[in-house]
Design a protein around this ligand. Structure first.
Ligand code: ZN
Length: 604
């Protein structure tokens, strides 16, 4: 077969973390072929400059070397050439995340965004991708896991793959190595799990739970699955967490201890977190991989792409990821309410929710959410967490206004049929329009409040209609993620508060964030200050936090600390603890009607 574009990938020097990629263009632009490498990867909205990892790049034609002019930090133009043009790159791959590439003698992993140059003018042409095995004897027995369609080679073998265009070529990451591989079925589609990294696992339990979650999402969209196979590509490490969605796979990083262990029967918080991550990325197969904002059709990977809708693509996904776990029976209602309480806590603890709207959080993700600093809690709100809270509020508002006939499930199914399934981009006002249409009444007031305003949605009142009580309390310590009742509330209310995030570092207690309007701010303390003494006694991070909590509200304390190399003294009056920790509970007195609404919401 004569394919116009061919990429040949060699894990050339695993010990030096170097891939070699050879791109052959059968019919290059006769006026000079322009080429570019993406600067970002869809799903992770930060300019990452993948071209910085190109160690060498050169071009050849039938007559020998061809001049390659750099036209920007990530684009080139090859001089005109008769016949095929070959471009060879050596790429450094030592980023252990789901976003770039990683290669050593234990495994290789890459996203096409790191290795596959875009051939300008031919980006819509089919590509042939040849993946070769490493030559080192220390890499014997390696296999390949990817959802790139295979042309030649055994299942899991090195060989030849294809993609209909560049957009597809960069959306099927490739894992190579000695991963553990297994398969289960869901919705009539084979689902593979490939786990890299030393680990032990009860794979039957993982399959059983993932099957329920995947089958739930497929049923949710009430249509045939949009992919004919799916791959969970897992990197198990000592500590880490992350995922990135693709059209037929997801790349995940997790703690190996979060995987279900042989003989384990309980649902540990770690395993629940891992299943929540799998559920999140799988829901993205529809929501953002296919139901996409207009701004992403097509992606322009040379620069930032702006949309105000990430609250829907990430927030609605974050709402349904945990909700699916209770609806499909992987966790019980109490566990779900605890998770939802933790999500609400993550929003209620961020004063920046009263400064930045969700529309702005989405739009400015490139410079704000993805580039957070010490002032972020004062200035921004996450479109993941607040987006999930707004998704909950929208769901319950739709149920309330339509007497339970319409829910956010219906909005998502309509978005799938109207946009995702037919590859039409969702306009910036498209989600609001569908919600109002299905609701049968104008919801612009809701969206003005929730998306374009900075008020908290009326979660307590909405949940009350389902017989769920919303409570807030002070936090009990730095490990308290919320979602649980207060225990001794009187004791919690007696804790003194500094209005700063305290961590151990630089030989004392370092202030990671200072909350505007709190006691630390009032006393002139700044993020970055390192407190070394409290009332004349030396302190470390945990020690200072505990000591201030014990001193109680209104206590006056003298703190000594360094800013740069200058020792400074701060007179602080501690405050009452903020009631920013949310927990939810079932209202035992709820009416039959409220219980019925709750059962419908939770799919019981
Ligand atoms: Zn996501």
């Amino acid at each position: 077969m004569n394919t116009p574009i061919e990429y040949r990938v060699r894990p050339a020097d695993p010990a030096a973390h170097l891939f070699e990629v050879e791109l052959t263009i059968a019919a290059p632009d006769p006026t000079g072929q322009a080429l570019s490498l993406p600067t970002w990867i869809p799903g992770s909205y930060l300019i990452r400059e993948f071209a910085k990892n190109i160690v060498r790049i050169e071009a050849h034609g039938a007559e020998g070397e061809v001049a390659l002019a750099c036209t920007s930090k990530s684009s080139w133009t090859a001089a005109p050439v008769d016949g095929p043009l070959t471009v060879r790159m050596t790429v450094y791959a030592w980023d252990l995340s789901v976003r770039m590439a990683h290669l050593d003698e234990t495994h290789g992993y890459f996203n096409g965004t790191s290795l596959f140059l875009k051939v300008e003018g031919q980006a819509h042409d089919p590509c042939r991708i040849i993946i070769e095995p490493p030559q080192s004897a220390r890499c014997a027995g390696w296999q390949v896991a990817t959802t790139l369609p295979r042309v030649e080679g055994d299942p899991l073998g090195f060989g030849v793959f294809e993609a209909p265009d560049h957009d597809a070529a960069i959306d099927h990451p490739v894992e190579m190595g000695t991963f553990a591989h297994s398969t289960f079925m869901a919705g009539g589609v084979p689902h593979e799990v490939a786990i890299t990294g030393r680990h032990t696992i009860d794979i039957d339990r993982l399959h059983a739970d993932l099957e329920k979650i995947c089958a739930h999402h497929i049923r949710f969209f009430d249509d045939a699955p949009p992919m004919d196979r799916y791959l969970f590509q897992v990197m198990a490490i000592g500590d880490g967490y992350g995922g990135l969605e693709h059209r037929a796979s997801t790349s995940l990083i997790c703690k190996r201890d979060d995987l279900p262990q042989p003989g384990m029967t309980e649902m540990t918080p770690g395993y629940r977190r891992f299943l929540g991550l799998c559920s999140h990325e799988y829901f993205h197969t529809w929501n953002v991989k296919r139901i996409k904002p207009e701004a992403y059709l097509p992606y322009d990977l040379s620069r930032e792409n702006y949309t105000t809708l990430l609250w829907a693509f990430e927030g609605i996904t974050s709402y349904f990821d945990d909700l699916a776990l209770v609806r499909c029976g992987v966790i019980d209602v109490e566990a779900y309410l605890s998770l939802l309480g933790q999500t609400l806590t993550r929003v209620w603890r961020v004063p920046g929710r009263h400064t930045q709207t969700l529309a702005d959080s989405s739009f400015y993700t490139w410079t704000k959410f993805y580039r957070q600093d010490e002032n972020s809690p004062n200035a921004i709100i996450s479109y993941y967490t607040k987006g999930a809270v707004v998704a909950l509020a929208l769901d319950l508002t739709l149920r309330q206004r339509t007497d339970g006939k319409v829910s956010l499930d219906d909005v998502m199914r309509t978005l799938w049929q109207r946009y995702g399934k037919v590859a039409i981009g969702v306009p910036e006002d498209g989600i609001e329009a569908v919600a109002s249409e299905l609701c049968g009444s104008d919801l612009s007031g809701f969206f003005d409040m929730a998306i374009r305003g900075t008020e908290d949605p009326p979660i307590a009142a909405l949940l009350a209609e389902l017989g769920v009580e919303f409570g807030v309390r002070p936090r009990s310590g730095s490990e308290d993620a919320g979602g649980t009742p207060p225990g001794d509330l009187t004791a919690l209310l007696r804790r003194g508060e500094l209005g700063a995030t305290i961590v151990t570092g630089n030989g004392g207690a370092r202030l990671k964030h200072v909350i505007n309007g709190g006691p630390a701010h009032a006393a002139g303390l700044s993020a970055g200050d390192v407190i070394v003494a409290c009332d004349g006694l030396r302190v470390t991070g945990r020690g200072l936090a505990d000591r201030l909590a014990r001193l109680g509200p209104d206590a006056q304390v003298t703190l000594h600390g360094f800013r740069r190399d200058e020792l400074m003294t701060f007179e602080v009056t501690l405050a009452k603890p903020a009631e920013d920790t949310v927990w939810l509970s079932l209202d035992e007195e709820a009416s039959e009607a409220a219980r019925a609404r709750r059962a419908d919401w939770l799919g019981q």
